[in-house]
Design a binder for this molecule. Structure first.
Ligand SMILES: NC(=O)c1ccc[n+]([C@@H]2O[C@H](COP(=O)([O-])OP(=O)(O)OC[C@H]3O[C@@H](n4cnc5c(N)ncnc54)[C@H](OP(=O)(O)O)[C@@H]3O)[C@@H](O)[C@H]2O)c1
Length: 371
């Protein structure tokens, strides 16, 4: 089987090249680039030397030669390529936001400043958070070619951490869910920008796009869908992203006010963690473990471990640790993903595996690289 990648020279595209070249069902790759057309991928990314040799072509030629197409382009340019794939009756997996809001175009337009040119296309698509939509993806694939809107990186880490608590209705109705997250610099892509210059981002951690990040509506929509699984009302979202001077990884800390509370905080005196809270934490950790028991890429960490980006590096895992604050009022969930893998290329390969009925871990079974 031939996998095509449009936008193969960007960070997410190059990560797709790396992952798909080791996929047991992929025989060869077909790669596109505008800026480097005619050159070989290993000239752009010398880490591929001796392993992958592939000339960069026009996107149209890639689509014509492929059995499945991944698009790792910026937002707003992928629709015509999706149309071409549907005409060829092959699956199209888009890593941008262009197919993440297909049932809510006004939200997409408000945040991305664009409107759909091919509205019909968005009726044949599905949001590719596999843990939420696996069955829908499979059912659509049985009927024909599918467009997948691969989730954003922050929405993946933020949503997976909240899913069990919301679906099981552990949260206090009306109270907002807070997602505080930190990303590494590859999240910004290969195009240089001032805030990503070494001198401006090294040795510093800074919030950015506070109360204005484009991933806010996607996370909020996911939290609503996850609450609906258990017949519960959607919570409000407060989301603050930060940039940290690391290459890969997203760490999210998610605060979920609990419906049931243990008010051990008498007269505002905060005492060390009580055995009552420890027992409740263990109970919720078990609930999380049972909820995700069949998910190959979600790991619920044992007591005493917190999620950390280095333990999921270069892997498709989402690590989750579960805690309750000292007052017993709030569930604190931390999640760690590699933004380039579970947050982008790995999740896209996972979607391909579901679409084609391959073993879901195919091509994604590497142990994380701690260092
Ligand atoms: N980086 C992440 O962690 C991450 C995570 C989740 C989702 N994503 C999404 O994945 C997509 C790619 O992200 P990235 O980080 O890989 O970005 P990137 O490094 O900037 O790469 C995008 C590539 O697309 C091509 N391109 C740019 N403008 C184009 C245009 N107008 N028409 C056709 N091709 C164009 C460029 O390659 P050529 O000039 O060689 O064609 C460029 O290298 C984005 O939509 C992003 O939001 C990224």
């Amino acid at each position: 089987m031939i996998a095509g990648i449009i936008g193969a020279t960007g960070y997410a595209g190059a990560e797709l090249v790396r992952l798909l070249s080791g996929h047991p069902k992929i025989d060869s790759l077909c790669l596109s680039s505008v800026s480097f057309e005619g050159e070989n991928i290993e000239e752009v990314y010398p880490n591929f030397l001796g392993r992958i040799s592939c000339k960069l072509q026009k996107a149209e030629d890639v689509i014509a030669a492929s059995d499945v197409v991944f698009s790792a382009l910026p937002h707003g340019v992928g629709e015509p390529f999706a149309v071409a794939c549907m005409e060829r009756k092959i699956h199209y997996i888009d890593l941008s936001a262009d197919f993440r809001f297909d049932d809510d175009e006004p939200v997409y337009s408000a945040w991305y400043g664009k409107q759909y040119k091919y509205p019909q296309l968005h009726k044949n698509s599905i949001y590719g958070l596999v843990e939420l939509n696996r069955q829908k993806i499979k059912s659509l694939a049985e009927k024909g070619a599918v467009v997948i809107g691969n989730p954003g990186c922050y929405p993946t880490g933020g949503s997976l951490g909240a899913f069990p608590a919301l679906a099981k209705g552990l949260n206090r109705a009306g109270a907002p869910v807070i997602v505080d997250a930190v990303t590494g610099v590859t999240g910004g892509g290969r195009e240089p920008s001032r805030s990503f210059h070494y001198a401006e981002c090294a040795d510093s951690v800074s919030p950015y796009k506070v109360a204005s990040h484009r991933h806010s509506p996607e996370i909020a929509r996911n939290l609503a869908a996850m609450s609906a699984v258990g017949g519960n009302p959607a919570p409000q979202l407060i989301f603050t992203p930060r940039l940290a001077p690391v290459n890969r990884g997203i760490l999210s800390v998610i605060y979920i006010p609990l419906k049931e509370q243990w008010c051990v905080n008498v007269n505002n005196v905060v005492m060390p963690l009580s055995s009552e809270i420890e027992a409740k934490t263990a109970e919720i950790r078990e609930l999380y473990r049972a909820f995700y028991k069949d998910e190959p890429f979600v790991r619920i960490l044992p007591a005493g471990l917190t999620a950390a980006t280095n333990r999921v590096r270069q892997s498709n895992y989402c690590d989750i640790s579960v805690h309750i604050d000292l007052n017993g009022s709030t569930l604190i969930v931390t999640t760690a993903i590699d933004n380039m893998v579970k947050g982008a290329a790995g999740q896209a390969v996972q979607n391909m595996n579901v679409l084609f009925g391959f073993e879901e871990k195919s091509g994604l079974d590497a142990i994380p690289a701690l260092f």
